[in-house]
Design a binder for this molecule. Structure first.
Ligand code: FES
Length: 97
């Protein structure tokens, strides 16, 4: 399962093309958003449990927002983050799934 969302201890497969926010929403998983994925609100924060190296590196917008939020090193702004290596195993979660 290349990209998976961990919900209540179970992994749920996600697609591989698009932002993590879009992939979660396409799979029916709610992710908060107040800026329509423009990288401004920070509500779409997710935690990467494993496989972070297979994700796009944070751009300047995401880095600024992560710093403003005081995010942990394993957290990403899901609307600004994409899977680069579809063969990698990546697990993500949120605090509310
Ligand atoms: S949806 Fe607003 S920062 Fe991602």
């Amino acid at each position: 399962m290349p990209l998976a969302a961990r919900t209540r201890g179970r992994d749920r497969a996600l697609g591989s093309r698009g932002t993590l926010l879009a992939l979660c929403q396409a799979a029916g998983l709610p992710v908060a958003s107040a800026c329509s994925g423009r990288g401004a609100c920070g509500r779409c924060l997710i935690t990467v449990l494993s496989g972070a190296e297979a994700l796009s590196r944070p751009g300047s917008r995401e880095r600024r927002l992560l710093a403003r939020l005081g995010a942990d090193p394993d957290q990403r702004i899901s609307c600004q983050c994409r899977l680069l290596d579809p063969s990698a195993e990546v697990d993500i979660t949120t605090g509310y799934w």
